[in-house]
Design a protein around this ligand. Sequence first.
Ligand code: PNS
Length: 172
Amino acid sequence: MDKVAVYPGSFDPITYGHIDIVERALEIFDKVIVAVAHNAEKRPLFSTEERRKIIKALFKDNRNVIVDSFKGLLVDYVAKTNAKVIIRGLRATSDFEYEFHMASMNRSLNTHLDTLFMMTNKDYFFVSSRTIKEVAKLGGGVEGLVPDLVSRRLKEKFKLPIPKKSQIGWDD
Ligand code: PNS
């Protein structure tokens, strides 16, 4: 039977740090479900559907990556899949407390599930979706930290000029 893990997150937007975690998780699991949280409390820049579409486009050539979205409790979503493991990336000690609380809460909600933490690649320690959005909004370059598709979508959102040849539709 396939070993499956769920990699949940806001992915607003997905960065190379996230992508690196997916790729490394695929060394351990047969399939990884990237699960975009609907997350009604946060006001994301990209809608759930936009985030799902971006990630789907980025992994379109990898049959072992499934892209989905979910509402409500993560553990309820994971229980509906055939995964037993939740993957989270850890950048620095500052991530630890939040992640520790979340993993402990999830474990108390469903003792059949476990959280597996993977250290973020050192090249992306300083990369977060929040800082990417802030830099992109102010016209700073985020190339090398997010895929080109994400960089173009950010420019569209912030109404910044996009080189003509890279104006492609959402479904590309
Ligand atoms: O990328 P993020 O914002 O750090 O991801 C956080 C996420 C989406 C994994 C977390 O907020 C979550 O699991 N939300 C779903 C609601 C839930 O299950 N909350 C209880 C966990 S303590």
